[in-house]
Design a protein around this ligand. Structure first.
Ligand code: FAD
Length: 466
């Protein structure tokens, strides 16, 4: 048992919070999106929240935590929804929210501290030189850029730029290692894969350098279709129109838009599926011509932020905000993450709709993936039991639609169901005692874990509650 009093004394001068209510609040992310993670993680809580104001303080915290053998789980804004930021082994929640400065802006690039909220970052780069991040999650108004790199994957902008793991979408990261004398390292090129989407298990990001794109006053449009597959075909074709600049294309199957997008309900018809689009102003004419030809009905359009008249921006209807809005109306809703491989993606979407119908209402996000436009599925699921959820996953996989399971908190089970050797090797180097965000990398905890056995990994400390 670590001596927390001594640890606190070592951290004198750094902001520490041990009020149980606040520690509990800062120990939670959006894990509860998943009924499975809710059952497993609801009781998880850290011991202390430590809030460094700069990299020097991060180094002091990691050195002290290392000396006392205390776990450290980094936290940006806590909006991750796979339980990535849940401190499974207790210890320190390292709250990076106060490291929130944009430090340099240049043509095509920005350097920032990890805790800056992405909407704030975009506001600064827009004001400075009419630039913005290439991509951001639909939580841009609340989530941090460091948390996005460490825990996210893509989002608004991915129709043009692909995902975070694509070369060029992160330029450079500076990290601090978890050792007796923590080191700072600069990572770029392929080395970025060591810590990108590694949930902070092998280094604390203290600076990010991200590429920027020209900022536009994106026009929000909702396009209605009486038939779901017509909406899917339209969205796919729009994503392939090389001359029309879009930042977001998503489809949501009827009746979900009408039933769940309550603030937009007056514009929607219950029987219509909806395509959510953000289009650049200079592409609007071409977009309107294209949509007219494809017989889409424009049911909502906001050319400027003022036109929204208090409504949320279109991107807050998309990505996991679709699920969030559904959950608010029907708490039994959860979701899945599905890949519909190119070139049969439309057929596969139609097949899954035929097999699962309204139990799994369709929601697709069109993105560039390996240079092709494909729909990534974030279908909603009317949850009944964990067994049925597993069966729905199995049905997808049998039909050739891989699932990235959002009901698992480990890197491996949520993603490729295999060890990421690069991330594991880097953890051996950068966190030899395994103190950073314990429990999230199975390969570290249990090198013999058999993924084929289809058993869920449970971090030892969780077994009682799970
Ligand atoms: P946190 O949740 O605080 O952390 C995420 C992970 O990164 C954790 O493992 C944490 O330990 C680690 N971490 C945080 N900061 C650091 C650091 N400085 N160094 C090392 N590790 C660190 N995600 C998407 O990718 N695309 C989406 O479109 C999207 N939409 C969402 C919509 C909703 C409604 C919700 C609830 C979630 C959504 N997410 C999405 C998930 C999440 O919001 C984003 O990935 C977000 O960028 C996470 O940022 P955060 O600051 O909240 O990170």
């Amino acid at each position: 048992m670590a001596d927390l009093a001594k640890l606190k004394a070592d951290l004198a001068g750094i902001a520490i919070e041990d009020n149980p209510a606040i520690v509990k609040q800062k120990s939670r992310d959006f894990f509860w999106y998943s009924p499975v993670l809710k059952r497993q993680l609801d009781h998880v809580v850290g011991d202390l929240v430590v809030t460094p104001k700069d990299e020097a303080e991060v180094i002091r915290v990691l050195a002290a935590a290392h000396a006392h053998g205390v776990a450290v789980t980094p936290r940006g804004a806590g909006t991750g929804n796979y339980g990535q930021a849940m401190p499974l082994a207790g210890g320190i929640v390292l709250n990076l929210a106060e490291m929130n400065k944009v430090t340099a802006i240049a043509p095509g690039r920005v350097v920032a501290e990890p805790g800056v909220i992405m909407a704030k970052l975009d506001a600064e780069t827009r004001a400075h030189s009419g630039q913005e991040l290439r991509l951001h999650p639909s939580t841009a108004n609340t989530a941090s850029v460091g948390g996005f790199v460490a825990g996210g994957s893509g989002g608004v902008g991915s129709i043009r730029w692909g995902g975070l793991r694509d070369l060029g979408n992160v330029i450079r990261l500076r990290i601090v290692t978890m050792e007796a004398s923590p080191r700072t390292l600069e990572l770029s090129r392929f080395d970025l894969h060591k810590v990108s989407h590694a949930y902070g298990t092998n280094g604390i990001i203290t600076e990010v350098e991200m590429p920027l794109a020209p900022a536009y006053d994106w026009v929000d449009v909702l396009v209605g279709f009486d038939d779901w597959m017509d909406a899917v075909r339209y969205a796919d074709a729009l994503g392939n129109e090389d001359g029309i600049l879009t930042k977001e294309i998503a489809t949501v199957a009827a009746p979900a838009p009408f039933d769940y997008f309550l603030r937009h309900q007056k514009f929607l018809k219950r029987e219509q599926s909806v395509v959510i689009v953000m289009v650049a102003p200079h592409s609007l004419d071409a977009f309107l011509a294209f949509t007219g030809r494809e017989k889409g009905e424009i049911v909502f359009r906001a050319d400027t932020a003022q036109d929204l008249k208090g409504l949320p921006p279109a991107f807050e209807l998309a990505w996991n905000h679709t699920t969030l809005r559904a959950l608010r109306v029907d708490p039994s809703i959860t979701y899945l993450q599905v890949m519909y491989p190119f070139p049969d993606h439309q057929k596969k979407v139609a097949r899954m709709t035929e097999l699962l119908g309204d139990e799994v209402p369709g929601h697709l996000e069109f993105v560039r993936f390996d240079g092709k436009v494909i729909p990534m599925g974030l279908p909603m699921v009317r949850f009944s039991t964990e067994e049925r959820l597993d069966e729905i996953i199995r049905i997808h996989e049998e039909e050739g639609c891989p699932i990235f399971n959002p009901h698992r908190y480990t890197l491996e089970e949520g993603g490729m169901k295999q060890t990421d050797d690069v991330q594991l090797a880097f953890k051996r180097e950068a966190d030899p005692d395994g103190l950073l965000n314990p429990g999230k990398m199975i390969a570290w905890e249990d090198p013999n874990f058999d993924y084929r056995a289809k058993k869920t990994f449970l971090f030892p400390g969780l077994q009682a509650a799970g």
